[in-house]
Design a protein around this ligand. Sequence first.
Ligand SMILES: [Fe+2]
Ligand SMILES: [Fe+2]
Length: 261
Amino acid sequence: MTPVLDLRREARRDPLEIPGLDAIPAEERAAALANWRERMVSEHASARVFAALIPRLMAAGVARRHVAAVSAMIGQELDHAVLCARVVVALGGEAKLPLPPLTAVPAHEDAGPLEGLLRDVISVSCCSETVAVALVATEREQAGTASLRGVLGKILADEVKHARFGWRLLDEVGPTLDARTRARLSAYLVAVFEHQIAFHSPFLRLPSASDRAVSLGAPDGPSNWRVFVDTITGVTIPGLERHGLDAERAFRRATSAVLAA
Ligand SMILES: [Fe+2]
Ligand SMILES: [Fe+2]
């Protein structure tokens, strides 16, 4: 049986008002609604990524405060899904959707505890969450109502914490890494970037959306792709290079592998 995410009750408990909806054409409302429904599910599914980090943080013996911070992030992602559910209901949709297949979190059997943890932290915080910060900040700027700005502001404040956690951990343990571990992490980065490119490249097939649709939360494909590339090349790659990881070369190799496929 396919698991279902049903947040109708949570959304009803605290309804959200989006004024002026009647003036917006149905297809633009529908594009925004589809995106908020998709986001509701992906925010909920993100909770499991942070949950999987807990045993890894413990195995690597990092400070308790990191374990506590990541434990809180599990709840924050679940809360983001409820915020999205409130927008879904306000846009006239149903906050109930099947959960997509949840991909297994990599086991990293070929790596020691710290290296395995860093692979995940780089992928989750330094890539996914860092890109999320840029995307959500852009959306918040474009939001058409105070209620949507409020929702995006709450999500953004947490995504900033999720991104910073990884960069801080890397600042802490990066200087202790030996050359061999740095080389192994650099090699692993190719797969990390391939995954990121594969995840974000569907934006390239999405058309541009009108300003009015974007103000409700409809995605603008070309602009989202630009934000992704700018963040990876302007923030993630220089940040990883500072720790002696060959991120630039890894991104070039990932790009050519994806283009050749
Ligand atoms: Fe989130
Ligand atoms: Fe997050």
